[in-house]
Design a protein around this ligand. Structure first.
Ligand SMILES: *[C@@H]1O[C@H](CO)[C@@H](O)[C@H](O)[C@H]1NC(C)=O
Ligand SMILES: *[C@@H]1O[C@H](CO)[C@@H](O)[C@H](O)[C@H]1NC(C)=O
Ligand SMILES: *[C@@H]1O[C@H](CO)[C@@H](O)[C@H](O)[C@H]1NC(C)=O
Ligand SMILES: *[C@@H]1O[C@H](CO)[C@@H](O)[C@H](O)[C@H]1NC(C)=O
Ligand SMILES: *[C@@H]1O[C@H](CO)[C@@H](O)[C@H](O)[C@H]1NC(C)=O
Ligand SMILES: *[C@@H]1O[C@H](CO)[C@@H](O)[C@H](O)[C@H]1NC(C)=O
Ligand SMILES: *[C@@H]1O[C@H](CO)[C@@H](O)[C@H](O)[C@H]1NC(C)=O
Length: 281
């Protein structure tokens, strides 16, 4: 085969794979994209934003951060809508004093609050976090949705299982409005929240059900403490998903609050239950 005929073979492949990055212009659109399991990317240069009056400026570097949205959690309540996600990174500036740096981003309407601190490896060295307010719809930061034209929603246990055992990554989003929130978690929690991430690894139990977890450490504004959040997911053959969300003390890993949600696998893009999406089938 010469180079020319090779090009003819690969060109159609590239045109099919063309994926656009679409800038998100409003909070309403962002929540709607996220509720449908979109592949969301972001970039914030904190020095272009307004310094928060509540925080003291430490010597930490002003963060210029970006990436792919992983674990997020939020409320969809129109009057109290907010969502947050974090980045956690280990720092090798001083090998004798391992530290972690955490950036937590809270988005409420036009405002993305970016908080950051270098916490110490055990997340117990909590001094004064720094923070800025970015009007991300005005260009103080960017949020995009990467479009996947071939994106496919999976609506059954069997579809999810075959995608996973074929080596695929799966994006999921639980719109708790379609779920059951037993015991102490109030109805509000069940109807107005959403949480999502990507399944990058998993385990299949003896009885066939699929287990996965997601976790992140975030700064809780106002109380200025950290919390470790672990999401335990369990997908059953009867097309239901059980989630337990645990909030742990970041230093001792003591278990604080657990919330349990029992959700159906969503059957359409109608945001009820847990949507599972294969981005590039
Ligand atoms: C971040 O913003 C500052 C101030 O506007 C600018 O000097 C710097 O080049 C920006 N950094 C990046 C990576 O965009
Ligand atoms: C966000 O915007 C909505 C609609 O414009 C408004 O009702 C709500 O109070 C705002 N939320 C906050 C926390 O400012
Ligand atoms: C370790 O690093 C943190 C963050 O830079 C600093 O606040 C702390 O004092 C350091 N601890 C020691 C023992 O050097
Ligand atoms: C954090 O925990 C580590 C391990 O228990 C301990 O060595 C260190 O002194 C603690 N740092 C602070 C600031 O409490
Ligand atoms: C953010 O910027 C937009 C566009 O310039 C403006 O309409 C909006 O009022 C700003 N929001 C805040 C909270 O300043
Ligand atoms: C299957 O096994 C898991 C883990 O061992 C367990 O939590 C679950 O209740 C079992 N039953 C079903 C029907 O999946
Ligand atoms: C599906 O299976 C799980 C695990 O056995 C069980 O807890 C749940 O009640 C079942 N849901 C339905 C709707 O049958």
């Amino acid at each position: 085969m010469n180079a020319f005929s090779f090009l003819w073979l690969v060109l159609p492949f590239f045109s099919v794979q063309c994926q656009k990055m679409v800038k998100v212009q409003s909070y309403r659109h962002l929540v709607s994209y996220m509720g449908r399991g979109a592949d969301v990317r972001y970039f914030f240069n904190a020095s272009t934003c307004v310094t928060s009056a509540k925080t003291s400026q430490s010597s930490d570097e002003i963060p210029v951060i970006g990436g792919e949205l992983k674990l997020f959690i939020g409320s969809k309540d129109p009057d109290d809508g907010h969502l947050f996600f974090s980045q956690v990174r280990y720092v090798d500036n001083n090998p004798n004093n391992l530290t972690a740096e955490i950036q937590t981003i809270y988005v409420i309407n036009d405002t993305a609050m970016v908080f950051w601190e270098t916490t110490g490896f055990f997340v117990n060295n909590t001094g004064n976090p720094d923070g800025v307010y970015c009007n991300w719809t005005r260009g103080e930061g960017s949020i995009w949705v990467k479009q996947h034209p071939q994106r496919k929603q999976m609506t059954s246990f069997n579809e999810i299982r075959s995608a996973l055992i074929s080596g695929e990554k799966i994006r999921w989003v639980a719109n708790l409005i379609g779920c059951n929130c037993p015991s102490d978690s109030g109805p509000d929690e069940c109807t107005n929240s959403f949480v999502g991430d990507t399944i990058t690894d998993f385990k299949i139990s003896d009885n066939g059900s699929i287990r996965f977890t997601s976790s992140s450490t975030s700064l809780v504004p106002l109380s200025w403490v950290y919390a470790r959040m672990i999401v335990f997911g369990h997908i059953y053959q009867n097309n239901t998903v059980n989630f337990m969300i645990s909030l742990l003390d970041p230093t001792t890993w003591d278990d604080g609050d657990d919330e349990i949600f029992l959700c159906p696998i969503a059957l359409s893009s109608a945001p009820k239950g847990v949507g599972f999406f294969l981005m590039d089938p």
